[in-house]
Design a protein around this ligand. Structure first.
Ligand SMILES: NC(=O)c1ccc[n+]([C@@H]2O[C@H](COP(=O)([O-])OP(=O)(O)OC[C@H]3O[C@@H](n4cnc5c(N)ncnc54)[C@H](O)[C@@H]3O)[C@@H](O)[C@H]2O)c1
Length: 698
């Protein structure tokens, strides 16, 4: 018997337990062990039924992602189909997760029971593949093709109570007593014949015969989001096959469609992104067992755009949070905005109306520092002004309890300067949320010179608890995310000055896979905020700042973006589509003339490469300075903070896998000569190009 699987008799029920921590993935040895146990149960006349259960914290959470696409043993290929066809019933007992190969295994059992906290699903599409173990053939037979399409194409996790309503789960078991409940269930159904085999059912497939348009409707629904991708469409083809072919042929078709994509670029990039996110929280000098502060209460200073969103992040996961403002008026405004944000979610159907008062009750408005002293963490989110922030940190040092984390949401300012205002710089850290804070997935954790390992570990853990993807970097102007993003923004404007138009740049980036073009994003955010920043910088740092005459001219004509119906584009009443505007072309032409630039045709390829390579070069400098730990951290930030298309892996993955470092280096050298100073390749890129290495080797 494989030591990954254990078999014990509980009266007339054979219990097969998988022990492959942490999540009982179907690694080599697990299917073989289950198969052997099933044979043992079949041979034993005293055994009337069997239970398949996971030891530890989960049922089978999925295939072993490291082995996805690898060649499987003959037993691994056949055990599920054989289990389904056995003539003793098997009950899958689910806690934790039954995902991917885990749910496919459960679908080959004859019955499924689960505890309410369990989650099931077929998330393969999220790593660019499809459920290749029969999931696309059996799930439609169990829940009907429409619901199966929804689950397989989105890859979402389904909570057990919903899975019961859908018919995936036959019965819910009490939390903490799954094994006994499953054995009792197995005893109850042991003699029922014929055995319910999902693969033999076809009544639900009638839905597709009655309404054959469901597949095209699904293709249409995902067209925008899934552009350039293959896996979601192959998932649809599989479900279509389930509805038009007998099971065996459908399974063969599923295999074919799986093989078509398993080695593809999309899969490679999506798997990379998955591992990059896991890797990003491994910090060399912060061991896994570093003690962490338990965060059960929080405080946020400043109830503006960011402070309000951050307070919502805490309330959304049930952590009480105090929101501190400078006066009652600002406080009332901030609270009203939070309430209206929740109400919008209710209107959109993404939040239950009953949740609004519950969440609002967790957010307590306050006006004095004494009320927040007991919080486990305080996050400062006031205006981007170092003097104001320094003053606040001095006050926090006086009022916060020992051991509290003192965090700042600054986008650019010096964390060490804030820490220096306290007698506990080890407890000070940057927790940089992205706007809107309650929506964007990224949390950039910025460690200062003196930040303790425990403060870093606690902030990472907090990020996870708030359902964020965490990246960690050192303290520098703009930190990792924004500092790598700035060259992209500068290049956007340079392209316009030289000959491109907003509609060309936006089309190139949209076609590349961004949800919106960068100029349309500018219009959505509003052009007035960066205008004000430029005005301030022009006074404070006239030499260091880059003028932006095009955006200035737009703002000065009252074109502030969507909110005024015009920005880089024109907007019609009640329509958010950006329409090219000849007036904008006029403004841009005039700026080029004033600058003495002769406008030229710029190829789409140059647009893409100029935008991305300027940032790649900056990222390489950050790596060189040791402010980022690895190039994949840059990718994690671009994927979760800036909408970089996930199926392209991330900025650095894109550079490694499309151009490759030598070509990146040659291009930068060429542009350095042509366009000047800021294109000088970083030393790191030069070294990598010479030694034939990739960014992923750093
Ligand atoms: N807006 C963004 O996109 C974004 C993104 C990431 C980080 N940030 C950073 O977050 C911080 C806040 O930005 P924002 O956009 O929310 O600004 P905001 O102007 O919307 O809000 C700032 C709030 O802080 C309050 N405030 C000012 N001084 C205060 C004090 N001494 N005590 C208590 N409250 C005070 C103000 O009344 C205001 O409500 C800044 O450091 C900014 O750089 C902003």
């Amino acid at each position: 018997m494989s030591d990954l699987v254990d078999y014990q008799k509980h009266g007339a029920v054979g219990v097969i337990t998988i022990n492959n921590p942490p999540v009982n993935a179907l690694s080599p040895g697990v299917p073989e062990g289950i198969y052997e146990s099933l044979q043992q149960g079949m041979k034993d006349d005293d055994v009337k039924a069997m239970v398949l259960i996971g030891g530890g914290r989960s049922f089978i959470a999925g295939a072993d992602i490291k082995h996805v696409g690898a060649k499987k043993s003959p037993i691994a290929m056949k055990w599920r189909d054989e289990m389904e066809m056995m003539d003793k019933p098997v009950v899958a007992a689910i806690h934790g997760f039954a995902l991917g190969g885990g749910l496919e295994s459960a679908l080959c059992a004859h019955y499924r029971v689960a505890v309410p906290s369990a989650k099931v699903g077929l998330p393969e599409v999220l790593i660019g593949i499809l459920p290749g173990g029969g999931g696309t053939q059996r799930l439609p037979r169990l829940v009907g093709p429409k619901k199966a399409l929804d689950l397989i194409v989105t890859g979402r996790h389904v909570p057990a109570p919903e899975a019961k309503d859908l018919g995936i789960i036959d019965d819910l078991a009490p939390e903490g007593d799954l094994l006994n409940a499953a054995v009792a269930y197995a005893e109850k159904i042991a003699d029922i014949r014929p055995l319910p085999r999902v693969g033999e059912r076809d009544e639900k497939l009638q839905e597709a015969k009655d309404d054959p348009g469901i597949f095209d409707a699904m293709r249409k629904k995902i067209a925008r989001k899934a552009r350039n991708q293959v896996a979601p469409y192959n998932c649809i083809k599989c479900v279509e096959a389930a509805c038009s072919m007998p099971l065996r042929e459908g399974l063969a078709r599923e295999r074919e469609l799986f093989d078509e994509i398993r080695e593809g670029e999309e899969t490679k990039a999506l798997k990379y992104a998955f591992f990059a996110e896991r890797e990003a929280t491994k910090i060399p000098d912060v061991p896994r067992d570093t003690p962490v502060t338990k965060i059960e209460s929080a405080a946020v200073i400043g109830a503006g755009t960011m402070g309000g969103g951050i307070a919502m992040c805490f309330a959304n996961v049930g952590i009480p949070v105090k929101l501190l403002e400078i006066d009652q008026g600002a406080l009332d405004k901030g609270i009203a905005k939070i309430k209206s944000n929740y109400e919008v979610s209710v209107k959109r159907g993404s939040l239950d109306a009953a949740a609004v008062p519950e969440r609002m009750a967790l957010i307590e408005p306050v006006l004095d520092y004494d009320s927040i002293g007991n919080a486990d963490i305080v996050i400062e989110a006031v205006f981007e002004n170092l003097d104001v922030k320094k003053e606040i940190f001095a006050k926090l040092d006086e009022t916060m309890k020992d051991g509290a984390i003192l965090a700042s949401n600054t986008s650019t300012l010096d964390i060490d300067a804030m820490a220096a205002m306290t007698k506990r710089p080890g407890d000070v850290i940057g927790t940089h949320f992205f706007s809107p804070a309650n929506v964007m997935k990224l949390l950039e954790v910025v460690r200062g010179e003196k930040t303790d390992a425990a403060t870093i570990a606690s902030s990472i853990k907090l990020g996870r608890a708030l359902n964020k993807v965490v990246g960690v970097c050192g303290n520098c102007d703009g930190f990792l995310a924004n500092r790598t993003r700035i060259p992209f923004k500068i290049e956007m404007m340079a392209l316009l000055e030289e000959g491109a138009l907003p509609e060309q740049v936006d089309k190139v980036m949209y076609d590349f896979g961004y949800p919106m073009g960068p100029f349309a994003v500018g219009d959505l955010a509003g052009l007035d905020i960066s205008y004000a920043t430029r005005q301030r910088r022009a006074k404070e740092d006239p030499e260091g700042y880059r003028p932006d005459p095009i955006s200035d001219a737009l703002v000065e004509e009252g074109r502030l973006g969507q909110k005024t119906g015009a920005g880089y584009f024109l907007y019609k009443e009640g329509d958010r589509t950006p329409y090219p505007d000849p007036k904008v072309k006029g403004i841009i032409d005039a700026v080029s003339r004033q600058m003495g630039v002769e406008r030229r045709e710029i190829s789409d390829e140059e647009v893409l490469n100029r935008l991305l390579l300027s940032s790649v070069n900056e990222a390489a400098k950050i790596l060189e300075e040791g402010i980022a730990y690895r190039s994949s951290d840059v990718d994690v930030m671009w994927l979760n903070g800036f909408g970089f298309p996930r199926y392209r892996g991330g900025l650095m993955f894109w550079a490694d896998n499309t151009l490759g470092v030598p070509k990146v280096y040659d291009t930068l050298c060429e542009w350095h000569e042509k366009y000047g100073g800021h294109w000088k390749p970083s030393n790191l890129i030069a070294d990598l190009a010479k030694s034939g290495k990739a960014f992923s080797d750093v």
